[in-house]
Write a protein that binds this ligand. Structure first.
Ligand code: ZN
Length: 694
């Protein structure tokens, strides 16, 4: 093999290793930047040597897009669903049935209890360790071929590590981690769009999206829990372990993601304890779970127990008690956000649910209200599951007042009375009046929010007052506010305990707010760009634009083509930014912000290619240093232009070693690569930093 081919293989191994650390074990060893560099080096080598590109290279996760929809695939072994158990009694009844089917029949049966992932079932096919297919469950016997999207999920290996030869099918669940879901919803909120209801539906919708590049950005993850055995299309070469516990361990060894909290339970008592433990414990997890899956551990016994037409007899799903409550829906109202989206919601008689008082529940959109058939005055079931805001599940028809009438979506904005409109393909109705007070309040609250200009104390109730008193009409007006104007205002924030609006004079807090507004003038340009509320410009895009264009003037002047040259800025965002600045009123607004003293430049490090003093040098770090973490060392090196690599090769310039350095140090010595101990490393960094200063 050529040295280049060697390096390519080395990079792929290193990248998979770090993907596994990051996406499966949640314990990264290197910074995101260092990881990106590995990936870039690989991309670069593959671009120069296209003959070395293989389908399982990590650079090939996003590859092409399906021409028209997804093909239907047949599951050779049907994907059965599981029978449910809702309480301890039903769990014990399940155990009894299992023990009856076992021989001699009386001894306790061991189970494996796993957290049930609230996502989308998936079947992966590996041929000689290479991922060749990913299919959705569909109706159990027929699903959709979503390989192209499955490949973008970084927790899922494109190639198994020491996997079995021949063909093997692995089943599991694709899910959206809470953090990724929250991030998506923050972006929706910032864009003034209705929020996604829950991670499960969002994950399912994402998997069926026809744009793998978009799927890749959403941050889906996966847990696998089954190796399909006993199917005619599977090779006899794979010697399945004898227990489910051993299967889970084997899958993990193949570098597949396996949810780590599973437990082998000696008998049903241990299973009951596991379920009780996680009914509360689940709130600390990074993903949504709605129950526990209980499977017979002994695979031979499973075979013997078999399946009914619908369910396997050797497994059941325990459902955590749902967090539901009944209350009266006073009326269905419509709120208008800063993009004009008009969203129906339910005003409720306050009720206690999962530890907090609830007086509002979402109804998503007009279609949702129609589907559920809820009406003003109905007694309704509300539920708090994985959803952000509690939702109305259904009306209790037997309690419906005799005079109730079906609800209809208003045709006019409840705030400014403009006619509401919606595009044919959208579910969202919008108020298109740019000066609608609801939209202005929404955009000012966004401007002041923590992730935008971060003006503490400037929430919805104060903004309402500022507008009502005629003190503020736009962002720039905020910077002219005085303490004397603010102190007498009466605001009515909601008390989260009693869930009541409590009016009070702003008083001394007024000075605070004025100070906060003044402080916000020196914010970085990225915050300002985000605060402006340009459609499709979330926090991350704003940061990119600020870093790339440096000043508001350069950004304002950039034509669409120039905007698109910034990293990760596509045509939709570019057009939206251009349209924002082309609106003369927005230009005036920005000039007034500048006159008020608001900072218009970026302080973020410039993305230049100016070579640092260590440019061209590749470092490998091994062992633990006393004075800095590996991330800090990596950062210091990258600031100086050096590359940090995960593995030692002849091309490595230096291997830096700390305590408990391992094989990398040995390899360096074998290859004759220069090595640095912690003190020597510090000396080099100090010297290079001095050289870098102008
Ligand atoms: Zn309106």
């Amino acid at each position: 093999m050529t040295p280049i081919a060697d390096r390519v293989r080395e990079l792929r191994d290193a990248i998979r290793h770090h993907e596994e650390r990051y996406y499966i074990h949640n314990a990264p060893e290197i910074s995101d930047e260092a990881f990106d560099r590995l990936l870039h080096e690989l991309e670069h080598l593959e671009a120069e040597h296209p003959e070395l590109v293989t389908p399982d290279s990590p650079t090939q996760r996003v590859a092409g897009r399906p021409a028209e929809g997804f093909a239907t695939v047949e599951h050779l072994v049907p994907m059965l669903s599981l029978d449910n158990a809702y309480n301890e009694e039903e769990l014990r009844a399940f155990d009894e049935r299992v023990r009856k089917g076992a021989e001699p029949g009386e001894a306790p049966v061991a189970y494996v209890a796993e957290l049930k992932i609230d996502g989308l079932s998936i079947a992966l096919t590996y041929d000689d360790g290479r991922l060749v297919r990913g299919a959705t469950r569909g109706d159990g016997s027929r699903g959709e071929d979503v390989t192209i999207n499955v490949r973008t999920i970084r927790a899922i290996p494109l190639a198994l590590r020491n996997g079995p030869p021949g063909r093997i099918e692995i089943r599991g669940e694709v899910y959206l981690p809470r953090a990724a879901f929250d991030r998506m919803n923050r972006e929706m909120e910032a864009a003034g769009e209705p929020l996604y209801a829950n991670p499960r539906n969002t994950a399912a919708g994402t998997m069926r999206n026809l744009d793998p590049a978009l799927v890749s950005k959403r941050g889906l993850s996966a847990f696998m829990y089954q190796v399909v055995t006993g199917a005619s299309h599977l090779p006899v070469t794979y010697q399945a372990p004898e227990t489910h516990a051993a299967t889970l361990t084997a899958m993990r060894d193949w570098s597949l993601p396996v949810e780590p909290h599973w437990r082998r339970c000696e008998d049903i008592n241990a299973v009951v304890a596991f379920c009780a433990e996680w009914a509360d414990g689940r709130r600390t997890l990074e993903f949504e779970t709605d129950g526990v899956v209980i499977k017979v551990d002994d695979l031979a016994l499973r075979e013997k127990l078999g399946a009914t037409a619908k369910f396997p007899r050797w497994a059941t799903a325990f459902k955590f008690p749902a967090q539901q409550a009944h209350t009266v829906l006073r009326r269905i109202l419509v709120s208008v956000g800063r993009t004009g989206a008009a969203t129906p919601y339910a005003e409720l008689e306050p009720v206690l649910l999962a530890g907090s008082t609830i007086s509002m529940a979402t109804l998503h959109n007009a279609d949702d209200v129609a589907r559920k058939g809820v009406r003003d005055g109905d007694t309704v079931v509300i539920e708090k599951g994985g959803d952000v805001i509690p939702k109305v599940v259904a009306p209790i028809l037997s309690l419906r007042p005799p005079d109730s009438v079906p609800w209809v979506m208003p045709t006019r904005c409840p705030v400014c009375d403009s006619v509401l409109r919606r595009d044919e393909e959208e579910v969202v109705w919008r108020c298109e009046n740019l000066s609608c007070p609801a939209r202005i309040v929404g955009s000012l609250v966004h401007f002041a929010s923590r992730t935008a200009m971060n003006v503490e104390g400037l929430g919805a109730s104060l903004v309402d007052q500022l507008i009502a008193q005629g003190l503020v009409r736009d962002f720039a007006d905020l910077y002219a506010l005085t303490v004397d104007q603010l102190e007498p205002l009466v605001v009515a924030p909601r008390d989260p305990k009693s869930d009541r609006a409590v009016p009070r004079k702003l008083g001394k807090v007024g000075r605070n707010v004025v100070d906060q507004i003044a402080r916000s003038k020196s914010n970085d340009l990225s915050r300002l760009i985000y605060a402006l509320g340009i459609r499709h410009v979330g926090e991350k895009v704003a940061a990119t634009l600020a870093r790339y264009f440096r000043t508001m003037d350069q950004l304002r002047a950039a034509p669409v083509e120039a905007l698109q040259t910034a990293p990760e800025i596509g045509p939709v965002v570019a057009a939206s930014v251009r349209a924002f600045f082309d609106e003369p009123r927005n230009g005036v607004l920005i000039d007034r912000l500048r006159d008020a003293g608001v900072n218009m430049t970026s302080q973020a490090p410039e993305p230049t290619d100016v070579p640092g003093p260590l440019a061209g040098k590749t470092f490998v770090l091994t062992g633990t240093m006393a004075s800095m973490t590996r991330e800090q060392a990596t950062e210091a090196l990258e600031r100086l232009g050096a590359k940090v690599s995960a593995s030692v090769s002849k091309k490595t310039s230096y291997v830096v070693y700390g305590e408990e350095a391992g094989t990398k140090l040995e390899k360096a010595q074998k290859l004759g690569v220069e090595t640095l101990d912690e003190a020597q490393f510090h000396a080099l960094i100090m010297k290079s930093t001095r050289n870098q200063e102008p």
